[in-house]
Design a protein around this ligand. Sequence first.
Ligand SMILES: O=P(O)(O)OC[C@H]1O[C@](O)(COP(=O)(O)O)[C@@H](O)[C@@H]1O
Ligand SMILES: [Mn+2]
Length: 651
Amino acid sequence: MKNLETRYLERLSDLYPTIAEASTEIINLQAILNLPKGTEHFITDVHGEYEAFAHVLKNGSGSVRRKIDEVFGNTLSSKEKRSLATLIYYPKEKMEIVKKNEDNMEDWYKVNLYRLIEVSKRAASKYTRSKVRKALPKDFAYVIEELITEKAEVNDKESYYNEIIMTIIRIGRAEGFIAAISSLIQRLVVDHLHIVGDIYDRGPGPHIIMDKLMNYHSLDIQWGNHDVLWMGAAAGQWGCIANAIRICARYGNLDILEDGYGINLLPLASFAIRMYETDPCTCFALKGQDDTISRAEMEMNLRIHKAISVIQFKVEGQIVRRQKDFHMEDRGMLHRIDYEKGTITLDGKEYQMLDMNFPTIDPKDPYALSGEEEEVMERLERAFTGCEKLQEHMQLLLRKGNLYKVHNNNLLYHGCVPLNEDGSLREVTLFGHTFRGRSLYDALDRYVRKGFFSLDEQERENGKDIMWYIWLSPDSPLFGKDKMATFERYFLAEKETHVEKKNPYYKLLEDEEVIDQVMREFGLPPESAYIVNGHVPVKSKNGENPVKCNGRVMVIDGGFSKAYQKETGIAGYTLIYNSYGLRLVAHEPFESTEGAIQRESDIHSESVIIKRVMERRLVGDTDAGKELRERIADLEELLAAYRSGEIKEKR
Ligand SMILES: O=P(O)(O)OC[C@H]1O[C@](O)(COP(=O)(O)O)[C@@H](O)[C@@H]1O
Ligand SMILES: [Mn+2]
């Protein structure tokens, strides 16, 4: 039998059947290595805020504006630049407005088409032709390529381009063309997107964000605890289902389930209304509620909120009892309640319960679901696991996502690396094995996938429970707090019981030695790597800085989440890593899509340069570059095999 290497070269020769073809590919790949590296965009903790998210994607955290500035410098006023940027972000909507106010549309089209072509030329200049070609919108691929490629052979270039532009206008295709070229610009300014977790919960449109991501050209996701919660729910884990519904109810967002995913909440709603009919549910007031909701709807929402919370506390009590390895029995709350006195004893201290109306709890067996609750949960489980759209979204999370990622010398994860007080890696034992640092991340990642794919029922069930564990365990790298005080926040007035203490990691973020250790743990060179992490809102209003440890760690959760903007004072950070270096961008709250179009009010963003490289970074300096060099080496072997007669040319 031929050896593996020869067999591999034979397969490669199917793709490059001649000396000429193999040589051409080597030259092409070599050329790519010398292009500037593509722009990476990092976004985190979007929490369902799809409008702000869509806008930041459209403007590439200021990358579109920077391209416009590079191309036009002082030859356009800032108002004109703003208009052009708005046109690129929202071409259709912007043109509707222009058409109402402009008397000479032909002129307007001409000027703007010209400007857009200049910007797209610039945006395309750092890619190979073949890559640009792949990005071209189908309908206008040929014309756009014509217009953005320099034509050395055409003498009168201006009239050549003008002819094309005038034809587009004459045949009534200007609008379609503008929309197409605008989306090409958006597509080219960001080469790759990293979402550092928490797409779901609190805001109204996580499903809309997921739809956008489904079509995004190049993407990876580091799961956040809220994303894993939804993954667990989609896999049918009851603790996750109850939590996900509870959070939707808490934020007045049950529409996400009903309209966004078509999950029928009627069984839960009718149960809740009946069971808590006369209960004012005062502990279950909604957060960040919207005033458009009717009174009847609000009352139903409160009851659902309470009903699903009670179910959650029961189900969670069952999980911590069956999964002893989770060491979370202290989070079983219901058996600590004195149902006669209306108090609960926690850590030896007795507290008054703010609500004692629990018609479905049997004090002797407080974690048992009532028959109706059981039935509601069974129907919800079927609805979650049977929802095609939710499953598709979860498949995307599984395909593009991981618990962490090492990419171009950066380490990306949502929460933390669990540490002990002294900074050493915290050991966690699960199902008979002990993990820490990277091995903990890897083990949990594997369990998540088992929860979806394992054929072994026990493994699958453990995998599902692990998703709940990742959501809120003190040892979960995605949660990183000593407890999730949901129960205390609903039922106890004493604020000290609401405190969730963060893992020592967050205190040690400024400690160089600790950070070196974390980087080494993930195989990164401490002198040049960066850590990007989200999860904890940075209160920049209070002078808190997202840049830690002399610029080596960036915590970029600035609060896309409207619910948290009061605390943070801004609307989120994003990072841009392009061929010139690394730039942190702080965004002001996003007014609305309508404002962005009507008043051309782009998000105001301040950016700070974290690192400016001495020499422009090239594709050759990236992970993709490493792969390309490997491919070149393989092709050179093939070439040598052709030339030595070891392999015959196929054509
Ligand atoms: O403010 P809310 O929506 O009630 O959420 C508070 C809960 O969310 C958490 O902060 C987890 O969410 P994050 O991952 O967004 O921080 C819990 O620690 C806390 O109990
Ligand atoms: Mn989080």
